[in-house]
Design a binder for this molecule. Structure first.
Ligand SMILES: NC(=O)C1=CN([C@@H]2O[C@H](COP(=O)(O)OP(=O)(O)OC[C@H]3O[C@@H](n4cnc5c(N)ncnc54)[C@H](O)[C@@H]3O)[C@@H](O)[C@H]2O)[C@@H](O)CC1
Length: 483
């Protein structure tokens, strides 16, 4: 699991660490790592010697990092120019180092650069970019290097213009090929639209780890976590002991949702899938191993329920929702079931001790919470989780999982390919299967989002993606993941 820390927590850790080290040590470590990465990029693009490097230098330490890294590149023969955003306020020691190494300052954006180092602003940013910096950032795409190709852009710590703590991008922002960050990941590296501005994120160890204390703002699961959590059958397992997942999904109008949630559930670790709903004939025809009924009340025993995808909004749908919420079992509510919660008619049913998982997309989130997730998607998901006492999986390019206690996970495997009808039904089924197999709700949500994202990517390798393609990709993805 990777830990992600907000700017204030990073600052506090840096302050504690700096108290134990000679002045400037952390910045030297940061700049050395930054220069190393830039040199590697330049070596791949024709060499460091003679390369044109443009430093965009803001007034803070982020600019200082860029100046020191520029000094290293200048000492290796690169032609380094620094464009100072605020010449009256600049990291003086950094500027001196650059000049001593043979670098210069410039007043204007040059026409050519092989590499641009974005040190306008880092974790000290407040609000969107100032107009002067924003104008320069808009011009960056036009810079070309010695082979006539686009200049490489390396962001120092975070791309300037993104909101460090939320991943929002409120206005103009640098789009980097590589972001070199120091000490730990920040939310902008893993959340929201900022992620696409970061390019490849590389972490330079400056020794901050032990100084970061308490709970991280955000967590990111890695393959090893998913593999460790994923329930596997043992020698004495049977179909019941592996968990049975019940699906109250689909309807006469939307039989496809039933089929897709079933396909998702069948790829999961539970030993059996029961389907309860109007699409039972279609389900058993497509998936003969599924045991079907037409109502939740007659479905038989399960260890977790998935309810909502394509369920409809009539009285029958309300009855089925009440039935699953009345059980002492983990319940996942998706799509129509989330919409049925709007208006508070089921508030009493929601008072339950067993785990509840909600999987809204933005529209469902807005209907339920009364407002769109907004710029701080992780914060919004955590508020809804606390309010509903549920684990909330907020779907998006970077799906977020939040718990009522405020634990937040960012899914790293998302794919734009998943933005197509029915993929959420597949996710709901898979997640329900993990709940039925006994995984705690937060892990089930994190693991399902992770695997579903990989399946979306894999399906996209073969062309435009439909939800059945994602369901079909789950099994090979899991084979690769679980070995
Ligand atoms: N504190 C430390 O120990 C270390 C800090 N490091 C670097 O220092 C950075 C943080 O430095 P600072 O705290 O000086 O802050 P920054 O350099 O990120 O930004 C602060 C400066 O930018 C200006 N500014 C704020 N918002 C702006 C906006 N929207 N548009 C344009 N200008 C804006 C402010 O006037 C302020 O002077 C990190 O991101 C990292 O790059 C690294 O050297 C590692 C060690």
């Amino acid at each position: 699991m990777r830990q992600v820390w907000r700017a204030a927590e990073v600052r506090a850790a840096e302050k504690n660490l700096m108290a134990t080290l000679p002045v400037g040590t952390l910045m030297q470590r940061a700049a050395a790592g930054l220069a190393r990465r830039c040199a590697l990029l330049l070596e791949d693009a024709g060499g460091v010697y003679g390369a044109r490097v443009l430093l965009l230098v803001g007034s803070g330490d982020n600019g200082g990092d860029a100046l020191y890294a520029g000094a290293v590149l200048a000492s290796r023969g690169a032609q380094v120019r620094a464009l100072l955003m605020t010449p009256e306020r600049v990291h003086l020691a950094g500027l001196t180092a650059l000049r001593q190494a043979g670098g210069f300052t410039t007043r204007d954006l040059p026409a050519r650069a092989d590499l641009v180092l974005d040190g306008i602003v880092g974790i000290g940013a407040s609000g969107g970019l100032r107009p002067g910096a924003a104008a320069i950032v808009r011009e960056l795409g036009g810079l070309t290097g010695r082979a006539g190709d686009r200049a490489l852009v390396v962001a120092v710590d975070v791309p300037s213009g993104v909101s460090v703590d939320t991943g929002d991008v409120p206005g103009d922002a640098v789009t980097a090929d590589v972001t070199v960050t120091f000490g730990c990941l920040k939310p902008a590296h893993v959340l929201g639209p900022a992620v696409t501005h970061c390019g490849q994120v590389e972490l330079v160890d400056i020794g901050l780890g032990p100084a970061l204390v308490g709970d991280p703002a955000v967590r990111v699961a890695e393959t090893a976590d998913i593999a460790a959590w994923w329930p596997r059958p043992g020698a004495t397992s049977d179909k019941y002991s592996r968990g049975v997942v019940g699906l109250a999904t689909g309807s006469a109008l939307y039989p496809g949702a039933a089929l897709l949630s079933t396909a998702g559930a069948l790829a999961g670790p539970s030993g059996m899938v029961r389907y309860a709903g109007s699409a039972h004939r279609e389900v058993v025809r497509a998936h003969p191993s599924v045991v079907v009924a037409d109502r939740v009340a007659t479905a038989g025993r399960v260890q977790a329920w998935v309810c909502g995808s394509g369920l409809g909004s009539g009285e029958k749908a309300r009855t089925e929702l009440r039935s699953v919420l009345a059980t002492p079992l983990p319940v996942l509510l998706d799509a129509d079931a989330i919409n049925l919660l709007v208006g508070g008619e089921h508030a009493v049913d929601l008072r339950r001790d067993a785990p509840l998982v909600l999987t809204p997309h933005d529209g469902e989130f807005k209907r339920l919470a009364g407002e769109a997730p907004g710029a701080d998607r992780a914060g919004a998901a955590a508020r809804l989780a606390a309010w509903t006492n549920a684990v909330v999986l907020l779907k998006g390019d970077r799906t977020i999982v939040a718990t009522p206690a405020g634990e937040i996970w960012a899914n790293p495997t998302g794919s734009p390919a998943l933005a197509t009808a029915g993929t959420g039904d597949v996710l709901a089924g898979l997640l329900g299967s993990l709940l039925a197999a006994g995984l705690p709700a937060v892990r089930a949500a994190v693991a399902a989002a992770y695997v579903h994202g990989l399946a979306g990517r894999r399906a996209a390798e073969d062309g435009p993606v439909t939800a059945p393609d994602v369901a079909s990709a789950l099994r090979p993805v899991l084979a690769g993941l679980l070995g």
